[in-house]
Design a protein around this ligand. Structure first.
Ligand code: FES
Ligand code: FES
Length: 241
């Protein structure tokens, strides 16, 4: 049995490296990759030829660059650092919240290349070359983004821990569907939880933000006074919510 295992380990791949050498090279021990990260597509297809060309990053800190809110940030991070940790602990962007830290609650939601993601479940190193948008980018000075204003006006928060995540998920939704259906809204916000149970206010906020979006109102909502937003909602006309 032991001999068979040895034979297997010494089996030579088409790329000319033995399985034993390959495993040694990528630092695999007891089924673990340590805390290093393989660049390239090796993890997807596992071919020996890929192994020869694939670079192992880490486990020590490596230089990376993140594009956050339109700015490029050079950082030196261990590959195990999540995007959420990079934002909060290294860039002092604390809007995204660490609540469950395991892809369950949505409090850490940011927009990555146009799509909402749980930043606690994306490695910072994986986010390189992508655009990252956090809640800090929304307000224009003292003027809230229409989505933020709608949350305030509809009392869509209590403790507020879930709010940045809901705001970013809502923004991603309205960027894609300026006039979302109830089903689109349900699906887009289904990954965000509010322990305080402010769902009614949140739904109203999303409806109001949709109605006030530039695509629907043909005016710049950022310059609109909050009261005007409420009047607009009271005026009806949003047929999909
Ligand atoms: S903190 Fe990321 S999903 Fe909860
Ligand atoms: S307002 Fe407290 S968790 Fe949502």
């Amino acid at each position: 049995m032991a001999d068979k295992r040895k034979d297997k380990a010494e089996e030579t791949t088409k790329a000319g490296i033995s399985r034993r050498k390959f495993l040694k090279g990528v630092g695999v021990g007891g089924g673990m990759l340590g805390s290093g990260v393989l660049s390239g597509s090796l993890l997807q297809d596992g071919h020996g030829a890929q192994a020869a060309a694939t670079k192992v990053l880490g486990p020590g800190a490596v230089a990376i660059e993140l594009n956050v809110n339109g700015k490029r940030w050079p950082l030196t991070l261990e590959p195990r650092v999540t995007l959420l940790e990079a934002l909060r602990d290294h860039l002092e962007l604390t809007g995204a919240k660490k609540v469950c830290d395991r892809a369950s609650c949505g409090a850490c939601t940011v927009i990555l290349d146009g799509s909402p993601v749980y930043s606690c479940s994306v490695f910072a190193i994986e986010a390189q070359g992508k655009t990252i948008q956090t809640v800090e980018s929304l307000a224009d000075g003292d003027t809230l983004h229409p989505v933020q204003a709608a949350f305030v006006e509809n009392d869509a928060q209590q403790c507020g821990f879930c709010t940045p995540g809901f705001v970013m998920a809502t923004k991603a939704l309205l960027d894609k569907y300026p006039n979302p259906t109830a089903e689109q809204m349900r699906l887009a916000l289904g990954g965000n939880l509010c322990r305080c149970g402010t769902y009614v206010g949140i739904r109203q906020a999303v409806m109001q933000a949709a109605q006030n979006s530039p695509q629907n109102s043909h005016q710049n909502s950022k310059t609109r006074a909050p009261q005007a937003g409420r009047q607009s909602r009271a005026g009806g006309g949003h047929s999909n919510a």
